[in-house]
Design a protein around this ligand. Sequence first.
Ligand code: 1CP
Length: 387
Amino acid sequence: MCHYVGYGFCLYPFLKHSSLTFHFNFSPKDFPKLKNDAFLLACRGQETPHVPVWCMRQAGRYLPEFRESRAGKDFFATCRSPSACCELTLQPLRRFPFDAAIIFSDILVIPQAMGMDVQMVAGKGPTFPEPLKEPEDLLLLQSKVDVNKELDYVFKAITLTRHKLEGKVPLIGFTGAPWTLMAYMIEGGGSTTQSKAKRWLYRHPEASHQLLKMLTDIIVEYLLGQVAAGAQALQVFESHAGCLGPAEFQEFSLPYLRDIARKVKDQLKESGQDVPMIVFAKDGHYGLEDLSQSHYEVVGLDWTIDPRSARERTGGKVSLQGNMDPCALYAPKERIYEIVKKMLEGFGTRGYIANLGHGLYPDMDPENVGAFVEAVHAHSRHLLNLK
Ligand code: 1CP
């Protein structure tokens, strides 16, 4: 018998939310049939008619329609509105033939669900007015979070968006990884050194593990809830891998990344489901071999790794995703085509999802994003036709 997922699929928690069925008149069960499965096939290393492509932060400020929709609205209030999240998720797909959508949300909804105040401050980014300072502060956190209650708005956004996508492309759900979330919760916002958070690793290793474990348990429930709501793939963002050294990564990041994938997959298996998972550990080259053996189907790469060496180091065990330098989008279109061509030739066309090595920046020209997508499709079709 199924346990959590049984709850998700046998008993249908979403039908309990009568507001969902009432407002949207949708049930998570009867989703439109998927028309373009290139992304899902590539996650599993299967043949595709072209190399699938999407961009991290494809729903973002570089789009004038995004800026217009978000104008004057609080960021996290937007995250809490399923219809706003749905609209922002769909915007880039109306412009570009991306092969996947990623739900508009943020990794910091988890610390909020644990009781922390997080605000998005204009010109500064996410800010925690009261970050964690000492291990005693862990007592102030909600350790057993009722994910279905606290993050219900994300699940509703996913269900609504999956319907509104009309099967055009698959929908990706996501989460921040434990170390990255821990770093925000201690730093209180963005940081280049993560020195306050790293201080915990060296000075309070036990409390650090306690917090990482707490986050891991919530993340597992959160990802399972996203799948129950309609997510067709899951990405785990370890955005702050780069400030850890290999030893700290082995101790404070990798075991939790592995635990998340194993637990999510075990639970899904019980209900006969299998959803591909992507791990993106930014600047974590030192961990590439380990990441390729961590139960994820796909390893995401930043632009500092050469495609051929990434293939060699991961030994064909996983599909790869990435990794054009986002700043290459400032180049003229012809140059973007040349860069994409090299990237595709380095990665090969099988078991590969084209993406940037990190998110799009707000000052990027949407036309060049279109040129990137088109170059991936055109050149990969050319390479596949040569076979
Ligand atoms: O209104 C705005 O434009 C604010 C900018 C913005 C956006 C568009 C933030 C603030 N978050 C988001 C959405 C978001 N965040 C998505 C949406 C889907 C998509 O990609 O289209 C996703 C996947 C995220 C994930 C996220 N949030 C990450 C992991 C990816 C990464 O960038 O490494 C991280 C680190 C965050 C925290 C965050 N949220 C926002 C900002 C500016 C930041 C980074 C802050 C910092 O560390 O300096």
